[in-house]
Design a protein around this ligand. Sequence first.
Ligand code: GLU
Length: 338
Amino acid sequence: MKKTAVTVAMLAIATLGVTGVNAADPAPKDLQRVVNEAHARYKNLQDGKNADYIPILTKTPSELFGVVIATRDGRLYTAGDVDYKFSIQSVSKPFTAALVMTQQGPKVLDEKIGVEPTGLPFNSRLAIELYKDQRSVNPLVNAGAIAAVSLVQATSEQDRWNKVLGNISDFAGTPLTVLEDVYESEYTTSFGNRAIANLLYNYERLYSDPEEAMRVYTRQCSIGVSAKDLAIMGATLANLGVNPLTNKRVMNADDVPELLAVMATAGFYDESGEWMYTAGLPAKTGVGGGIVAVVPGRFAIAAFSPRLNEAGNSVRALNAIRDIAGELGVGVFGPNPK
Ligand code: GLU
């Protein structure tokens, strides 16, 4: 049997009752309750601070906080600031990796980017020198994400950008646009990322002109999303690659487990081990303050709040998602009641 068929059959056995309703999922009132409670529990938490290495991110109001669950059939459970558009930043990375997998098959990630966690910060230049066989290391750190953008099959820079934006919009189920002020602020100060792009090019691990990759990558990171958008993007992964709002297939069902595996090992920067130990869900964070976590085959939990910890992860968002995963007992390695 093909892997997709096996996966779908296993999901069906695990989650569907005779009625066809997702019997194993928590009741809607419980989903709404855990969202409300997590929001209330952390809305006054002041720990961490806005990212400041991209100057304009210091201006995002720090008190914003939204929490969303989106189910694989597109139902939303929300609390707080769930419509505010912030920059997607690194949460974009797995979705462009998905585009590369769709265009060229999953092996290309392994062969041309890498899939090992670095144990080093997301913007590490050292990792490129340390991991001599892989260089860019994985598609969720900056090096690998810039390489992924350069791997997108395109006829021109404009075409590359259209494909990247179109793909992320398809995951969200709505047309997304760039926050131009964030793009300007980041592109004019991206000296570290520019060094990464040039180093990769030097080692033949970048597959387009370096400055073109830099522009498209930085635009990708500047796409405006809400917590609701992130939740639907995650729900598309939970729904084996079909967007629950538009019913459009956005990636191959077969590639979803591989992508979730990379999110599980590298989605939380150099805190990925701690995250998997305590929350047990594949996830991706961004320095804009967004996080999305996926309960495979079931639903996604997203949250947004600008203040970050030392590793670059939103303090309120990570606490809220971790609590919800624990309360619902949905960690992929087994329930982890708090
Ligand atoms: N655009 C950001 C950068 O390249 C993304 C970092 C992040 O969200 O982790 O530095």
